[in-house]
Design a protein around this ligand. Structure first.
Ligand code: HEM
Length: 441
C-alpha cells in the first residue's frame, strides 16, 4: 500500500452553521441533501477532491453539520471516541419509531455494551457453520429461477429477507414467512422511495395516516403485531436453532429472560442492520461480476481464498454504507482538528475505502489486490465500521455473501447495460441505480 499523505490539521477552519469547522460545499443544505441521496458517490468524491480531508457537509440527514474523516489515523480516533462524549445512538434517533427504545442502534455506553454482549452471541464463528448450509440452499433455489433480464438487487432483497426471516427470526412454514415478508416490505417500501425519504427528512412529523410518517407508523404497527405474535409462539414452543432461539436463552444480571418488547427490538435491529445492507452488497457483487467476466470465471475454480478476496473487494469498491456517525456532546480534537460540541463527526467509510494512497487504482474492481502485497491498514478496510459499534452481523454478512457467490459461480450473466451502474441511496444504503440489471443465460 502507498504512502500516507497527511495534511496540516486545523489550519483551514471556516464558519459553518455558526461553528468553526473544516470547509465543505457551500451549497444550501437542501441541495446537499439531494446530492447525498441521489448521487452519493459523486457528492462525496467531489467534496473530498475540492476540500480535502476532513470535509464538512450539511444535509437534512442530521440537524447539525457533519465532519467527515477518511485518513486511517483520524478514523481510528473517531472509532475510539468515548461514547459519553460522542454517542453513536443519537445519530440514529430518526429510526426510533421503528427501532424501539431497547434497540442496540439507539443505545450508548453501558446499556449499549450490555445489549451488544447479548446480541453478539448468535454471531460467533461456529454458529456460521450451522447457518451456512441453509443459506446456500436458499441461494441455490433463488438462482435456479433466474432467466432473461433480472434485477439482481430486487432478487437479492427477496433472498436476504427470506434468509433473515428463516435463519434470524426462525420463522417457519410458508404462511408465517409470507405474512412477515409482506409486512416488512410494506414498511420498508415507504422509506426506500427517494421522494418519500426526502419528504420525511424535511417534514419530520406525523401529519396523519396519509402523510409519509403516518403511513410508516401504520405499517410499523402491523409489523409489530406479527412480530410479537411470532416471539410469543417461539417462547411457548422453542424450535430450531435460529438467532431468535438463542436470543430467547438470554438472561439479564438478575437472571430474568428478555421481555417480548425487548426481543422485538432486537429482531428489528437485526432486520434494519442486516437486510438492505446485505441485499445492496450482493446486488453490487452481481453488477461487478457481470462486467468482469474473468473474475466470475475464476470463481468457478472454487478457491476459498479467491472467493474471500471477491467478497472483500465488493465490500471495498461498493460499500453499502457511507458513514459511521457520532454526535459530539463535548468539544474534541480529532487528528489535530478542534471540533466544537453539537457537531456530528463521522468516519467516512466510502472515502476511506477509495483512498488512492492506500488502494492503488482505488476505483478498480480487482480482487487480486487481496492476494498480492501486504494486508491493508485495518482502519482503511472499514465497510462494517469499527470500534465498539462495529457491525454485529459482519460474520453473518460475509458468510451470506460467500454462499450466494459460490452458488452463483456457474451462472452465465452479462450486464443489462454496457456502462457500470452508479450509486444511489435507498433508505440507509447505496444501491446500483438500475437495480443491478443482468441478462442471464
Ligand atoms: C454487507 C452487509 C453489511 C454491512 C455493509 C454492514 C455495515 C454496518 C455498519 C457500517 C454498521 C455501523 C458501524 C459503526 O457505527 O461503527 C453496522 C452496524 C450494525 N449491523 Fe451491520 N452490516 C451488514 C450486515 C449486517 C447483518 C447481516 C446484520 C445482522 C443480521 C447486521 C447487524 C448490525 C447491527 C445490529 C449493527 C449495530 C451495532 C451497534 O450499534 O453496536 N449487519 N453494520
Amino acid at each position: 500500500m502507498g504512502d500516507l499523505a497527511r495534511e496540516a490539521p486545523g489550519a483551514r477552519l471556516r464558519s459553518i452553521g455558526g461553528m468553526d469547522l473544516p470547509p465543505g460545499p457551500r451549497a444550501p443544505a437542501l441541495w446537499q441533501t439531494v446530492a447525498w441521496m441521489a448521487r452519493p458517490a459523486a457528492f462525496l468524491r467531489r467534496a473530498h477532491d475540492t476540500f480535502g480531508d476532513p470535509v464538512t457537509i450539511r444535509t437534512y440527514w442530521t440537524e447539525e453539520p457533519m465532519v467527515l474523516f477518511s485518513h486511517p489515523d483520524a478514523v481510528r480516533e473517531v472509532f475510539r471516541l468515548d461514547p459519553a462524549v460522542a454517542p453513536a445512538g443519537e445519530s440514529w434517533e430518526f429510526l426510533r419509531p421503528f427501532a424501539g427504545p431497547h434497540s442496540i442502534l439507539l443505545l450508548d455506553g453501558e446499556a449499549h455494551l450490555r445489549e451488544r454482549r447479548l446480541m453478539a452471541a448468535p454471531f460467533h464463528g461456529e454458529r456460521m457453520r450451522a447457518y451456512a448450509p441453509i443459506v446456500a440452499e436458499l441461494a441455490r433455489r433463488e438462482l435456479s429461477t433466474w432467466s432473461g433480464r433480472v434485477s439482481a438487487l430486487e432478487r437479492m432483497r427477496q433472498l436476504t429477507l427470506e434468509i433473515i426471516l428463516r435463519v434470524v427470526f426462525g420463522a417457519q412454514g410458508d404462511r408465517e414467512i409470507a405474512q412477515l415478508r409482506d409486512a416488512v416490505e410494506d414498511t420498508l417500501d415507504i422509506v426506500r422511495s427517494l421522494p418519500t425519504m426526502l419528504a420525511m427528512a424535511v417534514v419530520r412529523r406525523d401529519l396523519g395516516r396519509r402523510s409519509p410518517w403516518g403511513r410508516f407508523r401504520v405499517a410499523v404497527e402491523r409489523f409489530d403485531a406479527l412480530l410479537l405474535d411470532l416471539v410469543a409462539r417461539r417462547r411457548a414452543e422453542p424450535r430450531g436453532d435460529s438467532v431468535l432461539a438463542m436470543l430467547l436463552e438470554q438472561r439479564d444480571a438478575a437472571g430474568n429472560p428478555p421481555t417480548d418488547r425487548h426481543l422485538r427490538d432486537q429482531l428489528v435491529a437485526l432486520l434494519v442492520g442486516g437486510h438492505d445492507s446485505s441485499a445492496a452488497s450482493l446486488g453490487w457483487a452481481f453488477e461487478r461480476l457481470a462486467r468482469h467476466p474473468a473474475v466470475h470465471e475464476r470463481l468457478r475454480e472454487d478457491d476459498p481464498a479467491y472467493l474471500e478476496a471477491v467478497v472483500k473487494e465488493v465490500l471495498r469498491v461498493r460499500p453499502a454504507l457511507t458513514i459511521a456517525p457520532r454526535r459530539l456532546l463535548q468539544p474534541v480534537r480529532i487528528a489535530g482538528t478542534a471540533l466544537p460540541a453539537g457537531v456530528q463527526v463521522a468516519a467516512c467509510l466510502w472515502l476511506a475505502l477509495r483512498r488512492e494512497d492506500l488502494w492503488p487504482e482505488a476505483a478498480a474492481f480487482r480482487p487480486e489486490r487481496w492476494l498480492e502485497g501486504p494486508a491493508p491498514n485495518p482502519m482503511s478496510w472499514i465497510p462494517f465500521g469499527g470500534g465498539m459499534r462495529r457491525c454485529v452481523g459482519a460474520p453473518f454478512a460475509e458468510m451470506e455473501m460467500r454462499e450466494v457467490l459460490r452458488a452463483a459461480a456457474d451462472l452465465r450473466i452479462r450486464p443489462g447495460h454496457p456502462e457500470g451502474e452508479r450509486a444511489t441511496r435507498s433508505m440507509l444504503v447505496l444501491t446500483p441505480h438500475r437495480g443491478a440489471e443482468v441478462l442471464v443465460g
